[in-house]
Ligand binder design. Structure first.
Ligand code: NAI
Length: 335
């Protein structure tokens, strides 16, 4: 099947070409994001494969449908960047990669927690400059601390296992509690109880209308002073302005982010020679207790290989009229 891949980097191309040796689809790799300006590149391709910062709103989907696209094969688990109702109206099928490696994201989340707690990012810079002073590097034992996990699906469950290994007490909030977590000893609570009791809070729920700005002024007020907040889910789960105010007041003691509300204009590019125009992001970078990575949670060899294999498998299933196990339907956003 002919497929146009958007927002591709050389590493995407090499994983897709390796996986395609058995599938033999006709793949075209495009570096630009998919948007109204670039959508004409997709003309004549029955399938397109976008990534997380491509915008698949109604106008873009209309153009895709007009140009003959029938399948939108997302290279991600998250599908918050697609107007699924518009896709349904236009007869476009949407598929995704529901699970590629929950370990990749959960392990990266644990890396952020450990680094922030023991100030590894600051220690690294100090030692390189011959500064071996310990002032400002004091951490706390994770053992015995309470960790609140919001969303205990595939990633949240691996996160629970990891933090259980550190000897933490685990609280969780999820409309669909999960048996494996319960067996691990995770206690499901209301959000307000989780906020009040957790030393560390980590977000692993999808971005939906119900979770947009879940971490608001109101939510932050209910948290412990000095709480560690980690977001490797989606940027808009937190209200960034509210979080900046909470960092300034000391309500948030440390913040780890792998995602950012306005990341589409920043992440995945080398902008080191340019002036950052986003003042909110620039403010976040000034805090010593904020650690940001550029949406790399998924970026392991295993996850990249799986994303390519599953996406190409989705194309094959669609081409041969087989059942689409990884289809995403409009009802999933309306829940
Ligand atoms: P999943 O679908 O297995 O789990 C999501 C869980 O969140 C489900 O158990 C669901 O019931 C729960 N949930 C839904 N609404 C909720 C709410 N209002 N409050 C609390 N829980 C709620 O998804 P998975 O694979 O665990 O991924 C979670 C999210 O992680 C994805 O939606 C995506 O946004 C993000 N992600 C980030 C990556 C990165 O590179 N940083 C890579 C992959 C995913």
């Amino acid at each position: 099947m002919r497929a146009a891949l958007f927002s591709t980097k050389p590493y995407d191309q090499s994983f897709f070409e390796a996986a395609n040796e058995t599938c033999r689809h006709e793949l075209a790799f495009f570096e630009p994001h998919l948007d109204l300006k670039t959508v004409t590149l997709a003309a004549g391709f029955p399938a397109i494969c976008p990534f997380v910062n491509d915008r698949l709103d109604r106008p873009v989907l209309e153009k895709l449908a007009q140009h003959g696209t029938r399948l939108v094969a997302l290279r991600s688990a998250g599908f918050n960047h697609v107007d699924l109702i518009a896709a349904r109206d236009l007869g476009l099928t949407v598929v995704r990669v529901p699970a590629y490696s929950p370990y990749a994201v959960a392990e990266h989340t644990a890396a952020l927690i450990l680094s922030l707690n023991r100030k590894i990012h600051r220690a690294y810079a100090r030692v390189r400059e011959g500064n071996f002073a310990l002032e400002g590097l004091l951490g706390f034992d994770l053992n015995g601390r309470t960790v609140g996990i919001i969303g205990t699906g595939k990633i949240g469950t691996v996160m629970a296992r990891i933090m259980n290994g550190f000897g933490c007490r685990l609280l969780a909030h999820d409309p669909f509690p999960n048996e494996e977590c319960k067996e691990l000893g995770v206690e499901y609570t209301a959000l307000s109880d989780l906020y009040a009791a957790s030393r560390i809070i980590t977000l692993h729920c999808p971005l939906t209308p119900a979770t947009h700005h879940l971490i608001s002024d109101k939510a932050l007020m209910q948290m412990q002073n000095g709480v560690m907040l980690i977001n490797t889910g989606r940027g808009a789960l937190i209200d960034t302005q509210a979080v900046i105010a909470a960092l300034k007041s000391g309500k948030i003691g440390s913040l780890g982010l792998d995602v950012y509300e306005e990341e589409a204009d920043l992440f995945f590019e080398d902008l080191s020679g340019r002036v950052i125009q986003d003042d909110v992001f620039a403010r976040l970078l000034t805090f010593p207790n904020v650690l940001i990575t550029g949406h790399q949670g998924f970026f392991t060899q295993e996850a990249m290989a799986r994303i390519a294999e599953t996406t190409l498998g989705n194309l094959s299933d669609f081409e041969r009229g087989r059942k689409l196990n990884n289809a995403v339907r409009a009802e999933q956003v309306l829940r």
